[in-house]
Design a protein around this ligand. Structure first.
Ligand code: PLP
Length: 428
């Protein structure tokens, strides 16, 4: 029966295997992190049984008294964490959050201007394979080839030429901070909305270690599971609510504030029932992120990224833009005669997980790529410090320089497995 305690060993054995994989290796995927046991407990709780379409106090289902309180805690904590006056905590993921924003703010065929996907932008900012590129007219700005950095004069020129309804900033593989003041000025000049998708650096932003997007962007979206170190999910935020600028009306012809449009963009626009177990896990994650400990964590994430970048540069690797302001870096492997695919496939054999990544102006396909993306959020959670980052870079270099030497790969793997025992992740 559904309440039977008989264990589905087929699946649970695999979960145990995955736990072992996470614990014994070095996790450098920039979008990943390790949540606390409390976050996992909430995500696996009875709240998964509850339907709660609508918002706290305004539901379409009965029995929501308890989940109303939980969702309100998540909203209040997110507001405090980011200095927002309005938050929707229901998006199931970062992609869902962005889709809800597009539905709320744009009409099919409207122009959007986002960061070039092959320069580190995200699929949901205008890729032809995503709804954002199929239902809207996507245009892009990118980094300069010589510097690897965004030239905001070019962004302005592009915006004036393309006249987007929405200017989007934020990325999956950009290691520099963003000039939100300039971007808002550009958006205002052409009457566009500015959306900042801070999915990657959200945890650093929450602790004041990077520029504040909420002070300037009309709307801010983020995932909750990267540097923010919460459960997988998304949220939408605004520091100040405002009248929608494009005269978008409800199906009944009413004019509504942006917050109300965004709420509708999530439900019923793009989702059904919210995942209240995940919202509880979000609330717990936000509570953790509000702590002073999390400030120390975020400072260490940045310090670790700096140490790692320095170590790579010291070994002759090329980092796009020459370094990092946040938790990640994008390494151009062409100077070492390697591809991203080879790096990813070789490093995994030594239990080092990274992902291959296009570099700006890449001459290889997305399945091969010339780059690897590396982030420090997950290993910082495990307790590793600057000197450990230097050791990781030594291992990475050893593996890449000996990619066809099976015994070197095996030795590094064994050393790493042994080393990681000193950084226990989860008790049982
Ligand atoms: N936006 C950015 C900038 C991202 O990096 C990501 C995830 O990689 C997303 C959105 C999508 O988030 P999710 O995978 O939760 O849908």
């Amino acid at each position: 029966t559904a309440t039977s305690t008989a264990r589905d060993t087929q699946v649970f054995d695999l979960i145990a295997k995955e736990k072992h994989r996470q614990e014994s290796g070095i996790e450098l995927i920039a979008s990943e992190n390790f949540v606390s046991p409390a976050v996992m407990e909430a995500a696996g709780s009875v709240l998964t049984n509850k339907y709660a379409e609508g918002l706290p106090g305004k539901r379409y289902y009965g029995g929501c008294e308890v989940v109303d309180q939980i969702e309100q805690i998540a909203i209040d904590r997110a507001k405090e964490l980011f200095g927002a006056s309005w938050v929707n905590v229901q998006p199931h993921s970062g992609a869902q959050a962005n889709t809800a924003v597009f539905l709320a703010c744009l009409q099919p065929g409207d122009t959007i201007l986002g960061f070039n996907l092959s320069h580190g932008g995200h699929l949901t900012h205008g890729s032809p394979v995503n709804i954002s590129g199929k239902y809207f007219r996507p245009t892009f700005y990118g980094v300069e080839q010589e510097t690897g950095v965004i030239n905001y004069d070019v962004v302005e020129e592009t915006a004036k030429r393309e006249r987007p309804k929405m200017l989007i900033c934020g990325a999956s593989a950009y290691s520099r901070d963003w000039d939100y003041v300039r971007l808002r000025a550009i958006a205002d000049e052409i009457g566009a909305l500015l959306l900042a998708d801070v999915s990657h650096p959200a945890g650093l932003i929450a602790k004041g270690l990077l520029n504040d997007p909420l002070a300037h962007a009309h709307i801010v979206t983020t995932t909750t599971h990267k540097t923010l170190r919460g459960t997988r999910g998304g949220i939408i935020m605004m520091r100040n609510d405002f009248e929608n600028p494009f005269g978008i009306k409800t199906p009944k012809g009413e004019t509504r504030t942006m917050s109300s449009l965004l709420d509708s963009g999530v439900f019923p626009g793009t989702q059904g029932g919210p995942l209240e177990h995940i919202i509880a896990a979000k609330a717990i994650g936000f509570g953790e992120a509000l702590s002073d400990d999390f400030y120390d964590y975020a400072v260490q994430v940045k310090a670790n990224a700096q140490a790692m970048a320095k170590a790579f540069l010291g070994l002759g690797y090329q980092i796009i833009s020459g370094g990092t302001d946040n938790h990640l870096m994008l390494i151009d492997l062409r100077s070492k005669g390697l591809t991203g695919k080879l790096a990813e496939n070789t490093l995994i054999r030594a239990d080092i997980t990274i992902n291959k990544n296009m570099v700006p102006f890449d001459d290889k396909s997305p399945m091969v790529t010339s780059g690897m993306r590396i982030g420090t959020a997950a290993m910082t959670t495990r307790g590793l410090k600057e000197s450990d980052m230097e050791q990781i870079v030594v291992y990475i270099d050893k593996v890449l320089m000996n990619h066809d030497n099976e015994s070197v790969l095996l030795t590094v793997k064994e050393e790493i497995n042994e080393w990681m025992k000193a950084f226990p992740l989860y008790k049982s």
